[in-house]
Design a protein around this ligand. Structure first.
Ligand SMILES: [Ca+2]
Ligand SMILES: [Ca+2]
Ligand SMILES: [Ca+2]
Length: 477
């Protein structure tokens, strides 16, 4: 994840704040973004408390409930832990890749073990997939940072609570120019294909070492837009039931373009967490981390282009001076592909006079569980924190109000006098019943043992607090 340096080194000023209604600034309002709608939501979303599921992790980044009912927790340093159906965290890890994973920095680190996905038929075939960071492989450009593996493993034949590390099959190597923007999510879609999010290569502005030129000459760089030479800046999709080492779905939009055939959607900066709606039309919701000004949520369509580094949110990104957007920019590629705007755009605290939301948007899930009927169909997501050096993650809902930007409200967490204090929100998880979990730590990097996982449960003393901002309030920064 974590938003290590990308978010930090490059968004250091963005912290943030509270929920309220989000509003996408239009192109015409860009020069006066503080006029965007920050009115308060009229909302009583339900009562939410956080109930501790398990603790003692370092920096939990994802959790999957297996077909056996157990929870499998991905801890960034390289371990997958098991929580049994009684809620007991088992001593024996399911998988331990710490010897393979590169040395991680104790703070602000986006590398490590980043994602886990069970094959849809895992109960029968024991196949699962992970995505993790290793030292730069031989043959990669010498000035690059590291290499990532997308690997398949199998469950141990004799002990179903342990992986057989001898079964590793590396399906894909991704050489990363910089240490940040590693994406991370690995998940199966309703189509049975495996999806993986890849960042733009890191650094800042989508420029510098390893950032290729694209069609948009006004901004340097452009792995997000470049679609011929590497997979960076994309969500990819592969068929792990065909081919060697995998097959390419015939309708991948670049399926005939050697070298980038895996591409499913492009124009992304760092799609760290994304998920499919298990209901509705099974839409793919991805939170794409912003740089200095805007965080966003996109609904990802096959072949879609989400704008980076032409746009950050709906703003015209300026790679030469990232905090000063350009006055105008294209809304489509030269081939006529539209640059698709987000469904949610949230400002950083210091963004152009806004009283913003936070550092690093954390993608979650469309709520389809049974505990909070009023949240059914809402997209639940978070902000990692508001200030880089202090844990203050927040949870939000985005509701489709019928076309246009979704309405965003903050979920007030009761049981703790610490509604937005004390936790970095690293990720969310969803169990097989559709209920949601929040994965947290109290330090910004992969060190210590403050990692905790909470289940979102109803609270009897719920008190919804929509926002700390008032309409029209402006930052003084
Ligand atoms: Ca360019
Ligand atoms: Ca690309
Ligand atoms: Ca975008």
């Amino acid at each position: 994840m974590k938003n290590s340096y990308s978010l930090f080194a490059y968004l250091p000023l963005l912290f943030v704040l509270a929920g309220c209604q989000s509003s996408l600034p239009s192109e015409s309002s860009r020069d006066n973004v503080s006029a965007a709608d920050t009115s308060q939501p009229d909302s009583t979303l339900g009562s939410v408390a956080l109930e501790l599921l398990a603790e003692g992790f370092t920096n939990p980044l994802s959790m999957e409930q297996g077909p056996d009912g157990r929870y499998y927790v991905v801890d960034q340093p390289g371990v997958v832990y098991v929580i049994d159906t009684a809620g007991q965290l088992l001593d024996q890890p399911f998988l331990d890749l710490r010897d393979e994973i590169m040395d991680l920095k104790p703070a602000h680190e986006e590398r490590g073990l980043l994602g886990l996905a069970f094959h849809p038929d895992y109960a029968a075939n024991g196949r699962f997939f992970v995505h993790y960071s290793v030292p730069l492989r031989s043959g990669a450009p010498a000035d690059y940072s590291h290499t990532k593996h997308l690997s398949e493993f199998r469950r141990d034949a004799a002990d179903p609570l342990r992986a057989d590390t001898g079964t590793e099959r590396i399906l894909l190597y991704v050489d990363e120019p910089q240490g940040n923007h590693n994406g991370g999510t690995l998940t199966f879609g309703p189509d049975g294909y495996l999806y993986l999010g890849l960042g733009d290569g890191g650094g800042a502005n989508d420029t510098g070492t390893g950032h290729l030129a694209d069609w948009y000459e006004r901004n340097d760089g452009g792995n997000g837009q470049e679609q011929t030479q590497n997979l960076l800046g994309s969500i990819i999709r592969i068929d792990i039931d065909q081919g060697d080492p995998y097959g390419i779905p015939a309708d991948n939009f670049l399926a005939d373009r050697e070298g980038v055939r895996e591409t499913y959607a492009t124009g992304l900066r760092n799609p760290y967490r994304f998920s499919f709606d298990r209901g509705g039309s099974n839409a793919l919701f991805a939170a794409d981390l912003g740089q200095d000004l805007w965080e966003e949520v996109d609904i990802i369509q096959s072949g879609g282009n989400y704008g980076w580094n032409v746009k950050e949110g709906t703003s015209c990104f300026n790679a030469a001076s990232a905090k000063q957007p350009l006055a105008d920019c294209p809304n489509q590629t030269p081939d006529g592909a539209p640059l698709i705007d987000p469904i949610v755009v949230l400002p950083h605290k210091d963004t152009l006079g806004y009283d913003g939301y936070g550092i690093a948007i954390i993608g979650g899930y469309v709520y389809r569980g049974g505990q909070f009927s009023e949240l059914d169909g809402d997209y639940i997501f978070g902000m990692w924190t508001q200030h880089h050096d202090s844990p203050a993650g927040a949870i939000y809902t985005a509701r489709n109000s019928g076309g246009g930007p979704y309405d965003v409200s903050e979920v007030s967490i009761r049981n703790a006098a610490d509604r937005r204090r004390g936790r970095y929100i690293n990720a969310f998880a969803q169990d097989t019943a559709g209920e949601l979990y929040v994965l947290t730590s109290e330090t910004p990097g992969p060190s210590g043992t403050t990692g905790k996982i909470y289940r979102m449960v109803p609270s009897s003393n719920y008190d919804y607090q929509p926002t700390e901002k008032s309409a029209g309030q402006q930052g003084s920064h």
